[in-house]
Design a protein around this ligand. Structure first.
Ligand code: ADE
Ligand code: ZN
Length: 335
């Protein structure tokens, strides 16, 4: 099963580029940029990772970003992730980035997005891994700041496939950003929002995403299972759910395999993703392998989870079908 998962063609739809910053690269960039790190070695940094809920993770995640300063830093970050993803047979990835976490430190929007974009172009050329970019707004910041960043993004419209919403969910509901998401939709961008597992008002936030914001996808969304009518609506609208098992484990002490089984039983379009793989020490393969072990998923169920990611990816039908055919060719040779 492990080999079957490792070699399977895959897609990743929920990964934060800043969450792919490996300690070794962090130290390299800190030295180059003269940035202070609180730990002496990459090993000591990893040993200090202590996450038990969303805020405790976010504190460490934002502190880590201080080493990202120049355009080439964003290039290296992105290229390193895409190299790692390709080595795990990830053929396609949709990448989140958090521009407000950089502009708030005095780094220009252009620096961030140009570094990322150039890495995407070169990675596709050199390694054949295709990727698209999703700009996330930080939900604890104001709706005005989100709108200012959407305006900043307008000259780069063609480098983006969608917008998302992440960071601290407490007291920051989806409707706070209704206007900016409506404007993004008018720009032709796809919409998604985080509804992390077991947050305050999770269910209400998912309902707002579906009914008020009219998202095209939901990030996490595990708590939708608390409402049968909502599950039916998500299924009816064919909304993908980007679940991140290892990330969930830090909050609910389980890889949420029972919940993923329930979603599969309901024919909901659940997908498996890595979220912040450098921090959670698990890329896509490790997420799938650990999940399979906990939930005893069979090969067909793993194929459904991986196939769902290609089905709900923001790609044209021809490209999507091409990936799905590659997956089915692989499966017919290995089952
Ligand atoms: N930003 C990076 N990772 C996140 C997560 N898991 N939830 C919310 N915001 C995030
Ligand atoms: Zn996330």
């Amino acid at each position: 099963m492990q080999h079957f998962i490792e070699k399977m063609p895959k897609a990743e739809l929920h990964v934060h580029l800043e969450g792919t910053l490996e300690p070794e690269l962090s130290f390299q960039l800190a030295k180059k940029n003269g940035a202070e790190l609180a730990y002496k070695t990459p090993e000591a940094l990893v040993a200090a990772y202590d996450f038990h809920d969303l805020p405790s993770f976010l504190n460490i995640y934002y502190a880590g970003m201080n080493v990202l300063v120049e355009e080439d830093d964003f290039y290296q970050l992105t290229f390193a992730y895409l190299t790692k993803a390709r080595s795990q047979e990830t053929l396609y990835a949709e990448l989140f980035f958090d521009p407000q976490a950089h502009t708030s430190r005095g780094i220009s929007f252009d620096t961030v997005i140009t570094g990322i974009h150039q890495a995407q172009v070169n990675a596709e050329k050199k390694m054949g891994i295709k990727s698209q970019l999703i700009m996330c707004f930080l939900r604890e910041m104001s709706a005005e700041s989100a709108m200012q960043h959407l305006v900043l993004a307008k000259p780069y419209r063609n480098w983006l496939v969608g917008v998302g919403l992440d960071s601290d969910e407490r007291n920051n509901p989806p409707v706070k950003f209704a206007e900016v998401f409506s404007e993004a939709k008018a720009m032709g961008l796809k919409l998604t929002m985080h509804c992390d597992v077991n947050q305050q008002n999770s269910l209400m936030h998912i309902k707002q995403c579906v009914s008020d914001i009219q998202v095209d996808r939901i990030d996490h969304g595990i708590n939708s299972l608390e409402c049968e009518v909502l599950c039916e609506l998500i299924k009816h609208k064919k909304l993908g759910l980007t679940v991140c098992p290892v990330s969930n484990q830090f909050v609910v002490q389980s890889l949420t395999s029972d919940e993923i089984h329930k979603m599969l039983k309901k024919d909901m379009l659940v997908t498996i993703n890595s979220d912040d793989p450098a921090y959670f020490r698990a890329y896509l393969n490790e997420n799938l392998i650990e999940l399979q072990k906990e939930g005893k998923f069979n090969q067909n169920q793993i194929v459904t989870l991986v196939g769902n990611a290609f089905k709900v990816a923001w790609l044209d039908n021809a490209t999507q079908n091409d990936y799905l055919q590659q997956l089915h060719r692989y499966v017919s040779q290995h089952i």
